[in-house]
Design a protein around this ligand. Structure first.
Ligand SMILES: Cc1cc2nc3c(=O)[nH]c(=O)nc-3n(C[C@H](O)[C@H](O)[C@H](O)COP(=O)(O)OP(=O)(O)OC[C@H]3O[C@@H](n4cnc5c(N)ncnc54)[C@H](O)[C@@H]3O)c2cc1C
Length: 432
């Protein structure tokens, strides 16, 4: 019997990039043959939660584009990339029949579905070593644990502590590393939108997010938003906008699937500040990236409690279960034009501005008084940039069961007057 070839694996999950990829860097440094693997796990594309799909058509399309781009980028580095559709455990069983898998490089995860998948792999490969990275964060967990004993409940307290002596690691660059160890042939599945069970979504020309998935697009967008147009210098004034591509960075979808790293964005902001000057706007983008990290640290601390109706604050959340009201909210046929315009934007494009998200979530929780998790699950299906930490963190916040102890309610009419004074946004989505 011939001996199986010893290999390492780089398991891509939500770190779908080559620039600033810690796993790739570590695997290349190791100097052993390795295969990069991405699995379209069936459960992400079929199961329903609170009546919504785990992944809707917009994000599925964006993800496919991302994987195709990653494939091209890995090919340039001569790295074999196995793309499979199936169950994570089954794919690793198959791999283990052919290879002796010594070590797995991947990003550290802690939310339930992600750790369940990892456990499936551990069952199949009980003796494989794991080398994990925290490459989804801007601020490394070691810096956070040195700075504070416990992540505070309030963002401001977190930010103030973090901003003192803030230290961001340099990027991991594997550009100059040469990989010539492989020669391994892998047979990929030909994964298409149809195979995943979706129809191609129509592109709505009114979309504020006309971008494609993948690292190459992400880097292009960063260059465009930063040095090409210098929109970054006005970010603080424009960030509450509702229409068009440029009122905010639009980095979220790439940050969510890891085709863009928050650390790369940070260093590009610093470069920009050197070249074009720093101001409140350049600071504010870092401030928003700290919100992103904050919700990651909260989910790390509270684990599955972020999915509980009473949230992490364990404050009783009383809700009705009115299917008609829920349907009207989803369809954009409530009593409020501003809410409807935002919900139609989401339904037709997979995108909604931050201002819109705050309003529709507050409306769902505080005015319609429905179970916030139904709203969060609908966002999970529709949003191109869905991210478990940011989505559930923000929803809990607005439902009053998360990191905000004030019981705030957004008044959609006042919000519309303030942010859509000429009703251009409402007209854009409600005109027949
Ligand atoms: C109810 C609700 C649900 C949300 N769900 C998600 C989600 O699933 N995925 C997601 O990425 N964001 C979510 N957000 C946060 C925020 O709305 C989006 O990150 C932002 O609108 C994306 O646009 P942008 O990239 O142009 O942001 P910019 O304004 O350019 O901000 C830059 C980056 O900072 C981060 N950021 C900004 N605001 C927040 C915030 N409030 N919380 C966490 N990170 C933030 C994002 O990574 C964003 O890309 C949600 C907000 C609300 C109110």
């Amino acid at each position: 019997m011939s001996e199986k070839q010893k290999i390492n694996i780089v398991r891509f999950t939500k770190d779908l990039r080559t620039r600033d990829s810690e796993s790739l860097y570590n695997a290349m440094q190791e100097g052993q043959p390795f295969v990069a693997v991405y699995i379209f796990d069936d459960r992400d594309f079929s199961s329903l939660e609170f009546g919504s799909l785990k992944t809707g058509r917009y994000r599925a399309k964006f993800l496919l584009e991302t994987i195709n781009d990653l494939k091209e980028n890995l090919k340039k580095k001569n790295i074999p990339f196995l793309i499979k559709k199936g169950k994570t455990g089954d794919v690793f069983s198959e791999l283990a029949e052919r290879f002796d898998i010594v070590k797995i490089f991947c990003q550290q995860e802690w939310t339930k579905e992600e750790t369940d998948r990892e456990n499936e792999i551990r069952n199949v490969l009980p003796s494989a070593e794991w080398e994990k990275s925290y490459s989804q964060f801007l601020i490394h967990p070691l810096f956070v644990s040195k700075t504070m004993d416990k992540v505070p409940m309030l963002f401001t307290a977190f930010r103030q502590k973090i901003e003192k002596n803030l230290l961001i690691r340099p990027e991991f660059t594997s550009e100059n590393l040469v990989y010539d160890k492989s020669g391994i042939e892998v047979r990929c599945d030909n994964v298409t939108l149809g195979l995943l069970g979706y129809e191609e979504p129509e592109t709505d020309l009114k979309t504020a997010f006309p971008f494609r998935g993948g690292e190459s697009e992400a880097l292009k967008r960063m260059e465009s938003y930063f040095s090409e147009t210098r929109h970054l210098s006005n970010y603080k004034e424009t960030r509450n906008g509702l229409i068009g591509t440029d009122y905010s960075s639009k980095f979220s979808a790439w940050l969510a699937d890891g085709s863009l790293s928050a650390v790369s964005v940070y260093h590009e902001i610093k470069k920009y500040e050197q070249e074009f000057g720093s101001n409140e706007s350049t600071y504010w983008l870092v401030f928003e990236l700290l919100w992103r990290d904050f919700f990651r640290y909260i989910s790390m601390e509270y684990k599955d409690l972020i999915f509980r109706k009473n949230g992490i604050s364990n404050k009783p959340y009383i809700s009705e279960n009115d299917e008609k009201l829920i349907r009207q909210w989803k369809e954009g046929t409530t009593d409020s034009d501003f809410i409807n315009a935002n919900m139609l934007e989401l339904k037709n494009t997979g995108w909604m501005s931050n201002r819109g998200r705050q309003n529709v979530a507050s409306y769902f929780c505080k005015i319609l008084k429905q179970d916030w998790r139904i709203g969060a699950a609908y966002f999970e299906e529709l949003l191109i940039d869905y991210d478990v930490h940011s989505n559930y963190g923000n929803w809990m916040y607005l439902a009053g069961v998360g990191n905000d102890n004030r019981d705030r309610v957004f008044n959609p009419e006042k919000q519309a007057e303030m942010y859509d004074p000429h009703q251009e946004f409402i007209q854009l989505w409600l005109q027949k």
